[in-house]
Design a binder for this molecule. Structure first.
Ligand code: PLP
Length: 844
């Protein structure tokens, strides 16, 4: 599919770009010229600040300090500069309108490179540490990832926070300060093992504890009614149990330090850390039991991605952080403006998925109970302040809570939900337009599986705007999950395609490519990614292509080292690096990739002397601990790797690697080294994807289905610069209605049948031949994700990719065009659109 090379000369020039060449790798490194002007006095000042932090805040001498201590000292010195930047830019000003971004997850990763880059102090910090005899890279490596999220949803929230700061959009992010973020994954005999992650074990130098910002969060209890002289009945909630939410603020500095926002994370603390009466009576354990129960709320992040677990503690987490955040923003509004009637003019609240959907009744409750507003006014304010982003159509991911649990844990909220629902259904049954339709389809209560509150419809009904996260996903919202609600309010659903922050995923993660972009497009490209378009003509410049390829080669050599260190497998950096990195989920179809790996292995064995394109298949991703099939898929990857990597007939033609503990930091190492980006979800199931954007921006060519943002990536980079295969969303809907589609697909493909037989009969698991029978049986008899149906077309496009790799001029041309045309996927663009079309806040 790739376009012809511009000339035969180029082809000859570049015949060797895939071969190892230390010289070109070195040449790429010399592209990295510090753009930052380093002032000697700034270096001295920072050096002395870091030294002082080490000695006086950390309490260590330079001789005794570990890398982790140097990291903390450096972070503290930079944090001072972030505070100064905030005071310079915003001191004493009250913004006209603030955005409040409520998210149960923020998958931040490390903050040091963000902070240095946005402060314009990367080289200054490097020089200051060098003066102290310390290497910046070691200090960066000592920072633990803030991994307060599972995957794409949490990473999106982190990208949005960085972009809002960079665009000077006044914003507060609200979430939970989990003691333990997403678990640390290790492999034991190829099986996933989970260990607690301990990012706070040595404190967090970026945060400010704000004990003065503490709110009381209630649970359980009962509701009373009073009637005052005005004949209005007022209801009062008397919680049986209360927990304190204590604020911790992480400042988020924007590009060039023009603006600083705050990420406010809530920690759960007991009202009374010790029940003294019980303690004094000798009940030492009972005296602290309440404390353990209260603090459990912010103890650990739920490790399930794209599935709702429905545990009571999860509902407690959701209500805890939502209530604290609403109380905080209401208090701020009242302090600044007085009347809550103007809340929608000065606050826009964005709900990241339904996790904070309890905001609908909680804001109503605060307005009515704490501020004495009548129902109609409270409803008007609520529905003009809240906005909701939907992230999935998968039925197992749509949150519902049993009415019984809600009544027990949040009795007042359940009453409010009932009244909202009653008014809503009354309106619909009166509404002539809705004619014959069945109001139960738009009810906020699902009565089909016991009575449950549907959080999606609740968030939809309580919000001013509802958005999907890619063009396809937003259309599917209208035709599937919210079909009937959409018919009632056709203006409500809009699309806001996701984005990624280029400052992390290009500038910081890939300084070599950034240097090339600056050279070709000018310094302005750092401020305005649309200038990447200026790289387009360079795609036809053989010399530029060579340097682009050399950049990639250097990054692949580095990744090869990491692979060797962490897995013991040696890979050849001149092979095609084929990368699938994301949560392990059946809809993402790592299994499709693994079956193709097996089929390729069998094909190489049958024709070992054919001119195979050498490939390294690289996988990384965590499985939810309770997700049996996903964990088996990880084991399968490891078992295939053991056989393939140790088969002397295969050599370097095929290697398979599963890198443990996928994280933001690991993503930053893998992405710049990827040649091929696997985005192969069943069409209609990946809401957007953002890994696809990071990889394409860094010049990996995508092999993908017409799903989520892949469709828009194709539109931007051009159909000739991406490898599309498989059924589209419509095709999927049609195919699942056909009987025995999997059996038919297997019968039609000898290659697929042979690969499935090998996996199913124990070829890769001789110690336990039946190990993978559950995976293969599911494909043969169910195949909900149409893996078998898409296999043949996937095989076809992979062989097309093999051929394309052998034409380096075209390959690197396409790669450069990917980088050049990805600007639209900047989260700055996403945030500008939200600001203008949803929040109606000014962007500087
Ligand atoms: C970007 C990112 C994701 C999301 O990847 P998808 O391919 O869109 O699912 C998940 N985890 C991490 C660490 C990421 O950086």
């Amino acid at each position: 599919m790739l376009k012809e090379a511009p000339s035969a000369r180029d082809r000859n020039d570049e015949a060797d770009t895939s071969a190892s060449s230390a010289k070109t790798a070195k040449a790429a490194a010399t592209f990295v010229k510090p753009r930052e002007i380093v002032h000697a006095d700034a270096v001295v000042a920072l050096r002395e600040d870091i030294r002082a932090k080490l000695v006086y805040a950390i309490g260590k001498t330079p001789e005794a300090a570990r890398e982790r201590d140097w990291f903390a000292a450096t972070a503290l010195a930079l944090r001072d500069r972030i505070v100064d930047a905030r005071d310079r830019a915003q001191a004493g000003t009250v913004p006209d309108k603030r955005v409040y971004y409520l998210s149960l997850e923020f998958l931040i990763g490390r903050l040091l490179s963000d902070a240095m880059n946005n402060l314009g102090l990367v080289e200054t910090t490097r020089a200051a540490l060098r003066d102290l005899g310390i290497d910046l890279a070691d200090v960066e490596g000592a920072e633990p990832d803030a991994a307060l999220g599972n995957g794409g949803l949490g990473r999106l929230a982190a990208c949005f926070m960085e972009s809002m700061a960079s665009l000077s959009i006044p914003a507060v992010g609200y979430g939970i300060r989990y003691d333990h973020g997403i678990f640390r994954q290790s492999l034991e005999n190829g099986w996933q093992r989970e260990a607690p992650e301990t990012w706070l074990a040595e404190g967090n130098p970026w945060e400010f504890a704000r004990p003065e910002a503490t709110y009381t969060i209630g649970f359980g209890g009962h509701v009373t009614m009073t009637s005052q002289g005005d004949h209005h009945i007022r209801r009062h909630w008397h919680p049986a149990e209360t927990v304190n939410a204590v604020a911790y603020d992480v400042p988020i500095v924007g590009w060039k330090a023009k603006h600083v926002n705050v990420l406010r994370l809530w920690k759960a603390e007991a009202d009374a850390p010790v029940e003294l009466a019980r303690f004094n009576a000798g009940d030492h354990v009972g005296a602290v039991a309440g404390r353990a129960r209260a603090e459990a709320i912010s103890r650990v992040l739920y490790p399930s991605d794209s599935s709702a677990e429905g545990q009571e503690l999860r509902l407690r987490q959701e209500f805890f952080f939502t209530s604290a955040s609403l109380q905080d923003l209401v208090r701020r509004h009242v302090a600044e403006r007085g009347s809550l009637r103007s809340l929608p003019d000065h606050a826009a609240i964005q709900l990241n998925d339904t996790h904070p959907a309890i905001a609908v009744p909680e804001l109503m409750r605060i307005l009515m109970e704490d501020h004495d507003l009548p129902w109609e006014d409270a409803w008007q304010i609520t529905t003009h302040t809240l906005h909701y982003t939907n992230h999935t159509l998968l039925p197992e991911a749509l949150e519902t809570w049993p009415v019984e649990l809600m009544e027990r844990l949040l009795p007042r909220h359940m009453q409010i939900i009932y009244l909202i629902n009653w008014l809503h259904l009354e309106e619909q049954s009166k509404n002539a337009r809705s004619g014959a339709f069945d109001v139960s389809t738009v009810s906020l209560i699902d009565e089909t599986h016991g009575r449950r509150v549907r959080m999606g419809p609740l968030a939809f009904h309580g919000s001013r705007r509802v958005n999907g996260v890619s063009a396809l996903h937003s259309e599917l919202l209208k035709s599937t999950v919210f079909k009937d609600l959409h018919a009632i309010e056709p203006e409500k659903i809009i699309n806001k395609t996701n984005g990624i922050t280029f400052r992390r995923w290009l500038h910081n993660a890939n300084p070599e490519l950034t240097a090339l972009a600056v050279e070709a497009a000018g310094e302005g490209v750092l401020d305005d990614p649309t200038l990447l378009e200026r790289l387009v003509p360079f795609a036809d410049d053989a010399d530029f292509r060579k340097r682009y390829a050399a950049m990639r080669k250097a990054r692949k050599e580095r990744l090869a080292q990491v692979i060797a260190e962490r897995t013991g497998v040696t890979v050849d950096p001149s092979a095609l690096f084929d990368v699938q990195i994301k949560r392990i989920h059946e809809y993402k179809r790592q299994l499709l990739n693994l079956i193709e790996t097996v089929a390729l292995y069998q094909a190489i064995k049958q024709a070992p002397h054919k001119d195979w394109t050498p490939r390294v298949k690289i996988f990384a991703g965590k499985a939810a601990p309770s997700y049996v099939q996903a964990k088996l898929i990880i084991k399968l990857a490891g078992d295939i790797a053991n056989v393939v990597n140790n088969d002397p007939e295969i050599g370097d033609r095929l290697k398979v690697v599963f890198l443990p503990n996928y994280s933001v930091s690991l993503a930053e190492v893998i992405i710049p080294a990827a040649d091929l980006s696997e985005q192969i979800s069943t069409a209609g199931m990946e809401a957007s994807g953002t890994g696809n954007m990071k990889l394409a921006l860094n010049g990996a060519l995508t092999v993908g289905t017409l799903d989520g943002a892949n469709i828009e990536i194709k539109d931007h980079v051009g159909a000739e610069n991406i490898f599309i295969f498989g059924l589209d969303a419509e095709g999927v809907l049609a195919r699942v209605k056909e009987p025995d589609y999997a059996a038919k697909a297997i019968a039609a493909s000898a290659r697929l049948a042979a690969a499935l037989d090998a996996i199913g009969n124990g070829t890769f698991s001789p110690d336990d031949p039946g190990r993978f029978a559950p995976l293969v049986d599911e494909l043969r008899h169910g195949d909900r994700y149409l893996t078998t149906v898409d296999f043949e077309d996937y095989w076809r496009v992979q062989r097309e990719i093999d051929a394309a790799w052998k034409r380096p001029a075209q390959w690197w041309r396409a790669a450069i065009l990917n980088t050049a045309r990805m600007a639209w996927f900047s989260s700055d663009r996403s945030m500008r659109e939200y600001a203008e079309e949803i929040w109606r806040v000014k962007v500087a």
